[in-house]
Design a protein. Structure first.
Length: 160
């Protein structure tokens, strides 16, 4: 048998060749595994993403308006969206369950403070101070939401 490492015709199997050497040849185009599913044609996934962003932003705005700070209510709503998302999403789309809550928490912190940040004398300092303060209050909820969603994702994919 001829060693295929130095053979110039290694890629000929992709052109439809057959024979003894076709089984040893490597394909011309390497197959790539898709890590995340495509979300464009999945209406349930899009609904979950919009639901989590809107519900967290609304909860943060109402809590900031009523209490003057963002914290417990927004965090509880964020963890509730994890359970809602687990019920809504298919097994193939559970990667979005892991990726959506941290981004939704970030947007939820920015939405109530957008007007104050835009009117500030130094918007960059106001933005960074607002992000650090509010995300520090929400850190236990952000981390627990991420851990819970990752755990649900792993449990769903453990059996496959």
């Amino acid at each position: 048998m001829v060693a295929m490492e130095q053979k110039p015709g290694q890629l000929y199997r992709a052109l439809g060749a057959s024979g003894d050497l076709a089984d040893l040849a490597r394909p011309a185009v390497a197959s790539r595994r898709q890590v995340l599913p495509v979300v464009v044609d999945k209406p349930k996934t899009a609904k979950y993403i919009w639901l989590s962003f809107l519900s967290l932003s609304l909860a943060a705005a109402v809590e900031d308006w009523l209490r003057g700070e963002i914290g417990v209510v927004t965090g509880v709503v964020g963890i509730a969206t994890i359970f809602i998302g687990r019920g809504m999403l298919n097994k193939a789309d559970l990667a979005y369950l892991v990726a959506t809550p941290p981004a939704a928490f970030l947007v939820a912190v920015l939405v109530p403070n957008a007007l104050a940040i835009s009117r500030s004398a130094n918007p960059l300092n106001q933005l960074s101070a607002s992000l650090l303060t509010h995300l520090a209050n929400l850190a236990p909820f952000v981390l627990s939401a991420f851990a819970l969603s990752f755990l649900l994702y792993k449990i769903a994919n453990w059996r496959s």
